[in-house]
Design a protein around this ligand. Structure first.
Ligand code: ADE
Length: 419
């Protein structure tokens, strides 16, 4: 088995963390037991480009239990948990190519490895695997039965590929499933972003002015958590509907040009480029903290900031670099502008990844079951998968709900009863 990891000696610690996370992933556990019996992926190669975390480890164990020959590579240079990568290779026999801190060359070498094993099914977090297939291995696209996409940024890229008719693989937008984004994006990103910022800086959130750029599910989750911890939260948006939602949720909404002058901590969660840029850096307060929790490290214009700075102090603390501007003020950038929740903390907790990754695993099975029947377009997650995952999650939480009576079912399916 080919692999490239930092240190096989980290495997024992990695295994402990994988098993710890697994205890909070009951739905995935059930799926693993069924897959062990039914082997839905027998004879299939599956390449996954995901954050290499303890939770992802439990997903790939589940796919392997179902008979898949799995190759796992990192979906971000800074998110790999090296102990988990070691345990996957040494204890679970899974081919992993991922090293925390890998440079761009190594990152894409790993992605090419995942393609060169000639997968039948692929999984992506940010669409780097699928886009590399399209750019560099176009002939291989037709061999791929389908691909799952885990994140908002990836789905946006794939829909753009579909719109300009370049998409050659059927894709399932796992990110868009309710069992994914209502929980993973809102509660997962909400908590893990706070976690990453605190681990990097050890600041007190109470009393701080926190500027949240972007009020999608991730931004909402983060804003709610900061509010709960006593911060004064300001929201910036470009979408009028989301801006109204933020305002009606009780947050001041204003352009970044104004928020930049008053924020103590800025966090971007937009999926867009240069949300924080020169004109904002120029007016920020001394010792303002800048973090990003969007998928790519483009939301803060770091090159612009580096050019402006008269002095740069890297590593003043782990995951903190300081940039001193000509006006004498110092701005603190966390985790090189990479996604703070995975770079400085451990990503979303297992309990929420349980839903996202059970949805991923079920969609992979659906793709194999529908082999040859899918078109090259972006599919939504089938409703029955969302229903299965949500009902089992609820059961595992010990929460019971009502069932419709026959009278209610009839009422809901009829248009005849009015005022
Ligand atoms: N994305 C966010 N959190 C994650 C985690 N814990 N594992 C994998 N992908 C993630």
């Amino acid at each position: 088995m080919n692999f490239e990891i930092k240190d096989p000696g980290l495997a024992a610690e990695g295994r402990r963390r994988i098993e710890w996370a697994d205890q909070d992933m009951p739905v995935l556990n059930l799926l693993r037991k069924r897959f062990e019996k039914e082997k839905p992926f027998a004879g299939k190669r599956l390449s996954a480009c995901l954050h290499v975390t303890a939770e992802t480890a439990n997903l790939v164990r589940t796919l392997k239990a179902g008979g898949a020959d799995v190759c796992l590579v990192a979906s971000n240079p800074l998110s790999t948990q090296d102990d988990v990568a070691a345990a996957l290779v040494k204890e679970y026999g899974i081919a992993v190519h991922a090293v925390r801190g890998e440079d761009k060359d190594m990152y894409y070498r790993h992605i090419r490895t995942a393609i060169e094993v000639k997968p039948h099914v692929t999984m992506d977090d940010g669409a780097d695997l699928v886009s590399t297939i399209h750019f560099d291995y176009p002939d291989q696209a037709k061999e791929i039965l389908g691909s799952m996409e885990e994140t908002t940024t990836g789905v946006i890229r794939l829909r753009a590929m579909a719109a300009d008719k370049s998409l050659r693989i059927p894709v399932i937008a796992v990110n868009d499933a309710k069992t994914k984004n209502l929980f993973d994006n809102r509660y997962g990103t909400g908590q893990s972003t706070v976690d990453g910022i605190i681990r990097a800086t050890d600041i007190l959130l109470a009393g701080k002015t926190v500027v949240v750029a972007g009020y999608g599910w991730c931004g909402r989750g983060f804003a709610a958590r900061c509010k709960g911890m006593g911060s004064h939260v300001i929201v910036t948006e470009v979408d009028p509907i989301k801006a109204i939602e933020a305002a009606m949720d009780g947050f001041p909404v204003m352009p970044m040009a104004e928020a930049a002058k008053i924020g103590d901590l800025f966090c971007t969660l937009t999926g867009d480029i240069h949300v924080l840029r020169r004109e904002h850096f120029e007016v920020m307060k001394d010792r303002a903290i800048l973090a990003n929790s969007g998928h790519f490290n483009v939301e803060i214009d770091l090159d612009g900031l580096k050019k402006m700075a008269k002095e740069t102090r890297t590593g003043v603390r782990r995951n903190v670099d300081e940039f001193v501007l000509p006006n004498g003020r110092c701005l603190r950038v966390l985790a090189e502008g990479r996604l703070i929740n995975l770079a400085a903390a451990e990503g979303h907790p297992a309990s929420v990844m349980d839903m996202s990754f059970s949805t991923q695993a079920m969609c992979s099975e659906w793709v194999v079951k529908n082999a040859g029947k899918l078109e090259t377009r972006v599919y939504d997650v089938p409703a029955e998968i969302e229903d299965w995952v949500s009902r089992l999650k609820l059961e595992s939480m010990g929460v019971r709900i009502d069932e419709l009576t026959e009278e209610q079912k009839e009422y809901l399916s009829s248009w005849k009863i009015g005022t």
